[in-house]
Ligand binder design. Structure first.
Ligand code: TRP
Length: 443
């Protein structure tokens, strides 16, 4: 009754789409901001540790389930674990709704900055400007516009929509970011920016808050914990080397995050704006959206071009990530409800767009959705996923296939013991942080 399942066209299609999912708003500003706030080098070290220890094992687990079952998350989990485990797939879909709802609002800011910056330049009074564009019915309109683009690409299908967009956009994105980093390097004062970025307060390695942020960031940035990588892998054919794909994706994701910092910090220091990224009243989410435009506006003639290029890169990174978030929900509706892909994309896209409206009207709600959906749910989802693949799936090592049996023994050990322990602890701390946000919002 259903059309046969689509597949990536082979070659780099899957890899670029998965890198496109991983590289997003998370790399371009969340990473630099967190590094700046959490002791620079200490955060980066913990981030790498978290990526190796829990990120890569969970990514491989998602790949294995997805490719093995060749279904969307709920069905894939049911395939290996029976209906008792299906609620985990439901959590994934709920997380997809929550993240894409607010992610699209932030992406809408980026698109608006790109369009208006290229057309009119960046306003000098960036703080007041951000206040105007970050909340309200205008913000809703840009959010809806961004969702419409995402729906359009995803309804085109795996190969003609998602893969084609990734093949077109990802190399351009890489070139833009590297070009911007080279430009930033030529600015006077860039050195102070690098020094700040890589300054290291190693005592913070022992800080649980820093570890929690590093774990949350690793999961968010690698698109883990809600079945995104599972869904993308469900369109994969047998011959791919899954551990190698996982490694390639993690390295690209980390590389782009580091290079984005090499754009941001020299820029801020060269223009004397460095003090404004920390502890500003705009908080985590707004900081770079205020300070960077300020930098672009004080750059003179180059401002609209450099700023425009940065905001275009940010928008491109956001759209290839948003596609992957939507795909989880769309694949679920196509497999589970038997809907056509365009119908699934339009209906779920509209529902998610609706859910995002409160976030577009109130930045406090946006921050809460990020804390709960973008961190807590991912960590909890990753915890159960690790237990599921570690203990419930009969022979995950055989499912991975290939020749790397020895390393895969370690993988299973990590999934059984290390990943769940770390994620349980991190979920607890993240739960506390989310509760605090709720109290703040209510009080
Ligand atoms: N990884 C993307 C970023 O860094 C966002 C993203 C896409 C995501 N798909 C995801 C995050 C799935 C968590 C789960 O911006």
């Amino acid at each position: 009754m259903n059309a046969p399942r689509e597949h990536w066209s082979g070659g780099l299609g899957f890899t670029l789409a998965a890198v496109g999912s991983a590289v997003g708003l998370g790399n371009m500003w969340r990473f630099s901001y967190m590094a700046a706030e959490n002791g620079g080098g200490a955060f980066v070290v913990l981030y790498v540790v978290m990526t190796l220890l829990i990120g890569l094992p969970v990514m491989l687990a998602e790949f294995t389930l997805g490719r093995g079952a060749a279904r969307s998350p709920i069905e894939a989990i049911g395939h290996y674990g029976g209906s008792r485990w299906k609620p985990l797939g439901v959590l994934f879909v709920v997380t997809g709704f929550t993240i894409l709802g607010y992610y699209s609002v932030i992406a809408g800011w980026a698109v608006r900055y790109a369009v208006e910056g290229l057309a009119f330049g960046f306003p000098a009074d960036a703080g007041a400007h951000f206040g105007e564009i970050s909340e309200g019915w205008d913000t809703v309109a840009w959010h809806l516009g961004f969702m419409a683009i995402t729906v359009f690409v995803v309804s085109g299908g795996v190969r003609a929509g998602i893969e084609r967009a990734a093949i077109l956009l990802m190399p351009a994105l890489g070139a833009m970011i590297i070009g911007l980093a080279i430009y930033a390097n030529s600015l006077e004062g860039a050195g102070a920016g690098y020094a700040y970025y890589f300054q290291t307060d190693f005592i913070q390695i022992l800080d649980f808050d820093v570890a929690r942020d590093a774990a949350g960031q690793a999961f968010f940035s690698l698109s883990l914990g809600m079945g995104t990588m599972l869904t993308y892998a469900s369109y994969l054919s047998r011959e791919h080397d899954l551990p190698q794909e996982a490694g390639l994706i993690a390295i690209s994701d980390f590389g782009i995050a580091v290079v984005a910092g090499l754009v941001i910090f020299p820029l801020l220091f060269a223009l004397g704006l460095e003090t404004q990224i920390m502890g500003g009243e705009t908080g985590t989410l707004g900081a770079l959206f205020v300070v960077l435009p300020k930098a672009f506006s004080s750059m003179g003639a180059a401002g609209p071009f450099v700023g425009g290029a940065f905001m275009v890169a940010l928008s491109v990174a956001a759209v290839t990530s948003a596609m992957s978030l939507l795909e989880v929900v769309v694949a679920t509706a196509v497999d589970g409800l038997g809907w056509s892909r365009p119908k699934a994309a339009i209906v779920s896209g509209a529902a998610i767009a609706l859910l995002g409206i409160p976030a577009a009207l109130d930045i406090g709600i946006l921050e809460l959705m990020d804390s709960v959906g973008g961190a807590l749910f991912l960590l909890v989802g990753g915890f159960f996923l690790a237990l599921f693949v570690g203990w419930r799936v009969p022979d995950p090592i055989a499912e991975v296939g290939g020749t790397r049996r020895a390393g895969l023994g370690l993988w299973r050990f990590l999934l059984r013991w290390v990943v769940p322990s770390v994620l349980l602890l991190m979920s607890y701390f993240q739960g506390q942080a989310s509760l605090e946000l709720i109290r703040k919002l209510a009080g």
